[in-house]
Design a binder for this molecule. Structure first.
Ligand code: ARG
Length: 462
């Protein structure tokens, strides 16, 4: 028989070219378990509305159970002739229950409200999966910070030496960004906990069905949608999910870029574990940071998924349009990519070795303590404008002589400014510079310890 759900008014079947274009079953099949859950909930409200007898409901639920098992073990699958997952599963149900009972489930629902609901369910599950993987990465980064509580490194702005910072402080900056992404996922989930089921094709149903009961049945904590047109036509929940996953990708790419640079011969700040690096087919000496590079590369793909989706949605009139079938592949891809990337990325970060000597050797280089001279002068009562000038003179003198700030003699300091007494040497060392920045959010070991406790507590709360 004709598997199409809409064959009635057509004299001819679809052209093969149309069937090929139209089919989504090869990518929306992953919604099958959600479709069956939706069908169970729908059968129950049909029964509540007296459109299915108790016996019919029992047999319907049994048929859905059998179909679910056959989908799970692969003995039932959709084909291109089925068009989409919803059509394929309807065929499966008809095959198991016969047309009289099987044909009753379609009453009062449309693929438009079905797909909008199932897609939310799928993405909510994957928001939790991605959130869990993100927590693993946060955990690894917090561990890395905890394992190196007192290692100094050159802090940079414009990629130039700026001021020394604690390595732990730098790593925790990434943790802060990732924990905002995790929070975004949780807030998105809360916003997405509303069910479109019952919206029908666009206008709702005349059959006295109970959308709130379906919503409760399917785990939508915030009930059913307030507007059936919005329920079937809105996809901002998809775009927002694509944004959050793209943002995760962008945040990973920023860590990745640093790992790639730190891992060069010139920096030699970190060494990657063999299990999380790759070799070259021609250059035997090579050990490459491929995980970091793939993270950097995949972030482009995640951004593309977001922008492609926004372009699809732009100027789309209400209500459902078939354009919306293009909404699934990009975000399915975003889930798939992050779900393979994050575990590898976490492994790389959890196992890398930190070259403490190298980081600490470079921490004071490039006159990164010049600000400390200026701030020391301010504490002696010198206006900052003058202090900045004087510290700049010190740098100029050092550059002329090819030396570092702490190598200036007492006489040279005094010649630059009478305010520069030998006591200034007290701040010309990295531990002193770090310890002095002890306000909230600063890089002093005491402040970083507070931050560590906060991010740990935040991770536990998730
Ligand atoms: N497969 C479609 C989608 O992904 C749902 C079916 C709606 N089709 C229709 N002709 N109303 O959006």
């Amino acid at each position: 028989g004709d598997v199409r759900l809409w064959g009635g008014r057509f004299a001819d079947g679809p052209a093969e070219a149309l069937a090929k274009l139209s089919a989504s079953v090869h990518f929306d099949w992953r919604l099958a378990p959600y479709d069956i859950a939706g069908s169970r909930a729908h059968a129950r409200v049909l029964h509540k509305a007296q459109l299915l007898t108790a016996d019919e409901l029992t047999r319907m639920l049994d048929g859905l159970d059998r179909l679910e098992r056959d989908v799970a073990d692969g003995s039932f699958t959709g084909t291109i002739a089925d068009e989409d997952v919803h059509t394929a599963l309807e065929r499966g149900l008809l095959e198991r229950l016969g047309p009289d009972l099987g044909g009753k489930l379609r009453a009062g629902r449309s693929r438009n409200d079905q797909v909008a609901t199932l897609f939310r369910m799928y993405l909510r599950d994957h928001a939790r999966i991605v959130g869990g993987l993100l927590a693993d990465l946060q955990e690894a980064l917090i561990g890395l910070a905890e394992a190196h509580p007192d290692v100094a490194m050159p802090g940079r702005t414009h990629l130039q030496h700026a001021q020394p910072v604690l390595f732990a402080h730098h790593v925790l900056a990434h943790v802060q960004a990732l924990s905002r992404d995790a929070e975004r996922l949780r807030q998105w989930d809360e916003r997405t906990a509303v069910s479109p089921y019952g919206s029908g094709a666009l206008a709702g149903s005349s059959l006295g069905l109970d959308p709130e009961a379906v919503a409760a049945d399917l785990g939508f904590e915030r009930g059913s949608v307030g507007n059936s047109i919005d329920g079937t036509a809105s996809r901002d929940f998809v775009a927002e999910f694509a944004f959050i996953t793209a943002m995760v990708g962008v945040n990973l790419s920023r860590i990745a870029e640093e790992v790639i640079v730190w891992n060069t011969k010139e920096f030699s700040f970190v060494t990657l574990h063999d299990a999380f690096s790759t070799g070259s087919s021609i250059m035997p000496q090579k050990k490459n940071p491929d995980i970091a590079e793939l993270a950097r590369g995949k972030s482009g793909r995640l951004i593309g998924n977001l922008t492609g989706l926004l372009a699809t949605l732009k100027a789309l009139p209400l209500a459902y349009n078939r354009d919306l079938q293009e909404d699934k592949e990009p975000v399915f891809d975003s889930c798939d990519q992050l779900e393979v990337l994050l575990p590898a990325f976490t492994g790389m970060m959890a196992t890398l070795t930190v070259n403490r000597e190298r980081m600490e050797e470079l921490a004071p280089a490039g006159f990164s303590l010049a600000t400390d001279i200026a701030e020391w002068l301010v504490k002696q009562g010198v206006p900052f404008r003058v202090a900045h000038e004087v510290a700049g003179e010190c740098v100029k003198e050092c550059e002329a002589q090819g030396i570092e700030l702490d190598q200036l003699t007492d006489e040279q300091f005094a010649k630059i400014s009478p305010h520069l007494t030998p006591d200034v040497r007290g701040v010309l060392n990295v531990p002193g510079a770090l310890a002095s920045r002890d306000g909230r959010g600063g890089t002093a070991p005491s402040a970083v310890a507070v931050q560590l406790a906060e991010v740990r507590a935040d991770l536990v709360r998730q």
